[in-house]
Design a protein around this ligand. Sequence first.
Ligand code: NAD
Length: 273
Amino acid sequence: MLRIAIAGAAGRMGRALTQAVQQNDALVLVAATARAGSSVIGTDAGELAGIGSAGVIVCETLPKDAGQFDLLIDFTTPENTLNNIALCAELGLPAVVGTTGLNSEQIDQLKAYSEKIPLCFAANYSTGVTLCLQLAQQAAQVLAEDSDIEIIEAHHRHKVDAPSGTALALGNAIAESLDRDPKEIFVLAREGITGAREEGTIGFSTIRGGDIVGDHTVLFASEGERVEITHKASSRLSFARGAARAALWISGQPAAGMYDMRDVLGLKKLDLS
Ligand code: NAD
């Protein structure tokens, strides 16, 4: 069995990850962390996730010695994730990272660590969203010439970064398929007298409210017709189960490197054209 450490076990995703790991016969939770000073330090990670005792006490830090866990799953904050991945690189352990909101410098740091260990990094671990990335690329190839591309996302009121990592991943996938530089074509917000829409740009709209787990739509609007590719997550378990699947896949990866959920699902090998 693959022995898993979960960072941020008290978080919304941390609790779903504990559940997904404990429900997977090939995985077992052996370590869990929470922010220093958090009231949940010392409690059982399973109790925290509402699934009964897991026999794992939540600590402030990951075990620092080799041999105490096999793989880290980290959905926390950019700073904490980078500290944890530095430890994984030192111990030679693979990791699954779902944290979003990393800036380009932080992503470069993650890439540098991935030269030492197999690292799965994806803005969205749901199978459906991963497929939508591929579908959006395919649609862009056919429709981009005549269509305006807009990405609309909605999330719960607690989300701290915008646009969502998934919205940006969708935009990046489309830009890549059109051979365009995201920095040149992304319009991340609009206000006031913006002028007419500039051709070839990708616009982003953000909605924040209530308990929305995560909705994303890629809209291709041309004169006379619209195509929409929409994904709606109704439970965080969809991300958590995807992360559990990624954990099993990456633990079998002999080569260090940066992988994503499309590698895990084998979609990069498929030709959907
Ligand atoms: P959250 O705020 O509920 O959870 C984050 C947790 O990390 C908190 O409990 C916080 O205390 C903990 N944390 C912060 N610093 C820590 C430290 N030093 N040590 C241990 N724990 C620490 O947020 P969330 O909704 O669970 O999301 C977490 C991250 O995952 C966000 O970046 C979010 O965008 C991302 N996310 C990714 C996916 C995906 O599929 N990739 C899906 C959902 C959320």
